[in-house]
Ligand binder design. Structure first.
Ligand SMILES: CC(C)(COP(=O)(O)OP(=O)(O)OC[C@H]1O[C@@H](n2cnc3c(N)ncnc32)[C@H](O)[C@@H]1OP(=O)(O)O)[C@@H](O)C(=O)NCCC(=O)NCCS
Length: 175
């Protein structure tokens, strides 16, 4: 299994992977989101990593740019969304490897914070925490699912504000 950045002609393959991993009816919404996200200028720069085995894509994670309203413009941040591993390959650590490799790349690029909305039981294993004061773009049913990680020496606790995602991801249906 190899992890690498995706190429510009793999959007359809990545969408198909997420459609099948998330299943009905969420998969269709996520697949559409991915198609839009790759061509959304406000999401740039995007980091898209894929896990590949025998020339087949079996996992994908996408990080896109966010801003934090109310915080210093010097802070660089991203959101992790979405992440999926093909059903036949789940539970083998591929999701965690994709996520960790993505976080390492973003750290090298100087990104301060990465946000995620997801299951705390899973994402806290990669170092995410809901112990911060930065608001999500929308009101959440489960606020503890809104997590962040600091990749540089800047403390999350030193920042207040509200995350604004790319136009595509800001749509209320994704929250
Ligand atoms: C969530 C997902 C990406 C995890 O990828 P994966 O490669 O199967 O995960 P890993 O092998 O790295 O980790 C597996 C562990 O995480 C746990 N786990 C997997 N998905 C989880 C979830 N949604 N919530 C909590 N724990 C989860 C497994 O129980 C397993 O625990 P164990 O190590 O104690 O057995 C994958 O299951 C998937 O594609 N699911 C459908 C799409 C989805 O829900 N994506 C977003 C999640 S917020």
């Amino acid at each position: 299994m190899k992890i690498r950045q995706s190429t510009s002609d793999e959007t359809a393959l990545i969408s198909d992977l997420h459609r099948s991993a998330f299943g009905d009816p969420e998969g269709e919404t996520i697949a559409k989101l991915i198609n839009q996200l790759f061509s959304d200028q406000s999401a740039q720069p995007i980091l898209s990593l894929v896990a590949e085995e025998n020339s087949t894509l079996i996992g994908s994670v996408i990080f896109s740019k966010v801003t934090i309203d109310g915080a210093s413009d010097c802070i660089s941040a991203c959101i992790l969304a979405p992440l999926a591993v093909h059903k036949e390959h789940q539970g083998k650590g591929i999701g965690m490897k994709l996520m960790k490799q993505g976080l390492e790349t973003l750290q090298q690029r100087g990104v301060h914070f990465v946000f995620v909305l997801g299951d705390p039981a899973y994402y806290t294993r990669a170092g995410f925490s809901s112990d911060h004061k930065i608001n999500a773009p929308h009101k959440l049913e489960y606020p503890e699912a809104w997590m962040a990680i600091s990749l540089q020496d800047k403390q999350l606790s030193s920042v207040n504000g509200t995350v604004q995602c790319a136009t595509t991801l800001n749509a209320p249906e994704h929250w």
